[in-house]
Design a protein around this ligand. Sequence first.
Ligand code: ADE
Ligand code: ZN
Length: 337
Amino acid sequence: MMNDQLRAIVQQMPKAELHIHIEGSLEPELIFALAERNGVALAYGSVEQLRAAYAFTDLQSFLDIYYAGASVLLQEQDFYDMTAAYLARAALDHVRHAEIFFDPQTHTARGVDIGTVIGGIARACRDSTVSATLIMCFLRHLSEDEALATLEAALPYRDQLIGVGLDSSEVGHPPEKFARVFARSKALGLHLVAHAGEEGPPAYIATALDVLHVERIDHGVRCLEDAALTRRLAREQIALTVCPLSNVKLRVFDRMEQHNLVQLLDAGLAATVNSDDPAYFGGYMNDNFIAAFDALPLGLSHAQRLARNSFSAAFLPAARKQQLLDEVDAFFAAAAV
Ligand code: ADE
Ligand code: ZN
């Protein structure tokens, strides 16, 4: 259990969130409000019944409910309201910058125009005090041709995107399935990330780097099963966007006490802490930090490293990045006295 002083520091330190699926920030109350507004029928009778269904056994059991929840999103204002709610919540946790994932294919499959999706999310980002940019994710359980068509459809909105990512069901859908769409994205000047080594094997982390040429790995916690890969990630300072509460809820680790965040940091890896799908996994950024710090032997120096790592790994201009890193260091210098 961490002491009150460390808790306050972890809560108040400036931080960046680099792994948040915006559809995973949809709280049950907002799901019901949007269902009513849009006349969408839900399979659950009440907020309580829906929340009771959030008992996941693995990634797929979560994804099934997550995609059902997203079915209430139809209008540009819906995407705006969802994103505005997340950013307001993130600001309370002293998140200064967020790189937000969204899954356009979840919406275009229901007949929603991609411009409606990007327009609503981007407008909420512009209206927020938190700086926020967008990473468009391809659903890996679908084909690469569908991902290519999604990228094509997003071209009129290219300026609203900072990068592309890869999410959804990992096992059986290795990174190399998406080599062409990542090459095309890179040619467009987009940053590249991919989920790898969450449920999938360490080999997926290696192919995400070698075949897709990603700059960060989302999750990546299974890297420690491969010593040579771990050394490489440390040497190249490839950031891992780790999501502690998600990993416990989806049974990557049975209990937070078994999470390998300390080992990742001890191995010299550029690990960060993030919320993944906060409405589904029991908490936002500070909930993730507090759950990890409460259960694991993490101290003040780890907190500073995690805050610094989050800004170092962000896709921000160098001057802005340095300014935020300086803010972290100033915060910890003041906290030490
Ligand atoms: N989509 C939303 N959350 C995800 C996760 N943790 N892994 C893969 N796909 C996701
Ligand atoms: Zn994720």
